[in-house]
Design a protein around this ligand. Structure first.
Ligand code: F6R
Length: 588
């Protein structure tokens, strides 16, 4: 979940690395650091806290080769010492690492036994010490062998970069199950965790193969698989999808991305019909279809179950990626796994896909980041085309996922897509037009301890998604409930003034949900109704435009996102980077 970046080239490295770190900060933001080399001298600065804290410190780091890191703590607390880069005992090697080493305890003991001194509690520091042993006394032509010996000693997931005054302008890179892509300019190379960190400089990118190492100088990249096979290094143009505006502006990224949803849905529905038909064919042929995802993407999988059942009569089994083991036993060569992920880098999703693939399943990825690890592991993939999503909370990627899943369901059914991008976009615009009144409305929940979000049928997963937004953005405990389940327990918690958000569009769930609302109201709940129909039941009514069928989930989630956003704003929460979270969860 950490973000790493390096630079070797003709310009001062500190500015480029700092700029890249700011763009990577969504991946982790509890500490940051940088190492820059000037000839035979290497200087390291690192700090617990946000990247912004580094700004004053890196001015003195002179040199044209460097590496930098933004951390999301896994091993070891949030301290200056645990921040990256980490160095070898002699201070001659600096590394930055993203991932988790699974054999860190054994290696640490071994290394300490041989006299290595550790200055942090992290697993990552081990890499600096292993490299120190492997690079000792090696000539330039033996460098690759030494790097390969290093990675073979490491277990777990890693993407790391290393520099050393002993290596001149060379950056060493390695990746296994954690992402690494290199920005390629004729006279500079910028290896990093994602393309957003270097897009300002180049859109030529070399995506490192999984289980490979690379050596790069300003003018060249050479790469090998872990077994020593040399690789053909071919940079590609980064797809236009990631080139959207991601620079900032004066509102939060999260709000900007909520507001971008009309455009995101329109673009998501502009898909290659042949590709969707091909995927639909695979789904029809499969014995079983699973939809795997985590967090918000799992909620998209839950909605997909209703969409595929309702549109195509196809049973899709949603699977939480981190719980895939329960299902793995049933997966075989007749199975199809739809892996849904904004980033395409979520470790739990990649693991579930690896297992399913090994058991012979066909893998179809529904992703936002082109050329992500997931896309490259899959037999086929659809890009949801939402554009870069920088706010840690998923918003526009969710609505775009729903649009693509619905379109795919229509292809499976062999029917024309009964979903028009222009129309759904303008329905979402109708909701966005109520932003001001939603902002005023959340005054009523901002000081609350709990919020219940209640819906039936496909509105239930939307209630779950709305609750997730409220938790991660506003830090308020929120529970998404299936309306019919309330009386089986949770109703006991409803008392005078308990805020309840009732998802109640006028479809076949309407009447039953309304009577569940009555049951809560009778116990004193404060009901905020989200519906195209008004009712005396609602203490507050957020009016939805009239929607049809599978348009509804894409539209009704928008007021929930806005409610969470404005509640967070009133509570002074860190909106784009909620505490303890990271955008791309690359650890299991
Ligand atoms: C919630 C959120 C997370 C992600 C989850 C999966 O707002 O952003 O729950 O949805 O970490 O991420 P992806 O979709 O990148 O696999």
């Amino acid at each position: 979940m950490c973000g790493i970046i390096g630079y070797t080239g003709p310009l001062p490295a500190n500015g480029i690395l700092l700029d890249g770190l700011k763009r990577l900060e969504y991946r982790g933001y509890d500490s940051a650091g940088m190492a820059v080399m000037d000839g035979s001298r290497m200087k390291v600065v690192k700090r617990a806290g946000r990247v912004g804290l580094l700004e004053d410190l890196v001015g003195g780091l002179m040199g044209h080769v460097g590496i930098a890191h933004t951390r999301w703590a896994t091993h070891g607390g949030v301290t200056d010492a645990n921040a990256h880069p980490h160095t070898s005992c002699d201070g001659m090697i600096a590394i930055v690492h993203n991932g988790i080493l699974e054999n860190s305890e054994e290696l640490r003991e071994e290394l300490i036994g041989r006299g290595h001194r550790f200055t942090s509690e992290t697993d990552s520091e081990i890499i600096a010490h292993v490299l120190e042993e492997e690079l000792k006394g090696v000539e330039k032509e033996e460098l690759v062998a030494a790097l390969l010996r290093t990675v073979r000693r490491l277990e777990g997931s890693f993407a790391f970069l290393a520099i050393s005054p002993l290596l001149g302008d060379v950056i060493l890179a390695a990746r296994k199950d954690s992402p690494m892509v290199v920005g390629v300019l004729p006279d500079a190379k910028i290896p990093a965790s994602d393309v957003l960190s270097f897009l300002k400089w180049t859109d030529d990118a070399y995506f490192m193969e999984n289980e490979s190492v690379a050596l790069m100088t300003p003018v060249d990249i050479e790469a090998w698989l872990f077994d020593g096979t040399p690789l053909d290094v071919r940079p590609v143009k980064v797809a236009v999808e990631v080139k959207g505006e991601y620079g900032g502006g004066d509102v939060h990224h999260t709000l900007k991305e909520i507001r971008e949803q009309p455009m995101a849905v329109r673009r998501a529905l502009e898909q290659d019909g042949e590709l969707l038909s091909e995927l639909a064919g695979l789904m029809r042929e499969a014995d079983r279809v699973y939809a795997v995802g985590a967090g918000t993407s799992y909620h998209a999988a839950l909605v997909a179950r209703y969409m595929f059942a309702g549109i195509a009569g196809l049973e899709v089994q949603p699977v939480l990626a981190s719980e895939h083991r329960l299902f793995s036993g049933w997966i075989g060569d007749g199975s199809l796994v739809m892996a849904i992920s904004q980033s395409g880098e979520t470790a739990d999703v990649l693991e579930a896909v690896r297992v399913a693939k090994a058991r012979g399943a066909k893998i179809v990825a529904i992703v936002n980041m082109p050329r992500s690890s997931l896309e490259r592991m899959s037999h086929a993939s659809v890009n949801i085309r939402a554009g870069p999503e920088v706010g840690v909370a998923a918003t526009k990627s969710f609505t775009a996922q729903l649009a693509v899943l619905a379109a795919l369901a229509y292809h499976v059914a062999g029917r024309p897509i009964d979903l028009d991008g222009e129309r759904v976009g303008s329905l979402i615009e109708d909701v966005l037009a109520q932003e001001g009144s939603i902002e005023r409305m959340v005054e009523g929940i901002k000081d609350g301890r709990d919020v219940y979000l209640v819906g039936r049928g496909m509105h239930y997963p939307i209630a779950l998604e709305g609750a997730l937004k409220m938790k991660e953005l506003a830090y308020i405990h929120a529970e998404g409930m299936a309306a019919g389940e309330l009386k089986h327990g949770t109703l006991a918690l409803i008392e005078g003034g308990t805020p309840v958000i009732l998802l109640n569009p006028s479809d076949d769930t309407y009447k039953e949900t309304l009577s569940n609302g009555e049951e809560m109201k009778a116990r004193g709940a404060f009901i905020m109704g989200i519906s195209d129909r008004s009712s005396d039941l609602y203490d507050v009514h957020i009016e939805l435009p009239r929607t049809r069928g599978y348009e509804t989930p894409m539209v009704e989630v928008v007021p929930l996102q806005l409610m969470a956003y404005y509640t967070a704003l009133l509570r002074g929460a860190e909106i784009d980077k909620p505490r303890n979270l990271a955008k791309s969860v690359t650890v299991k």
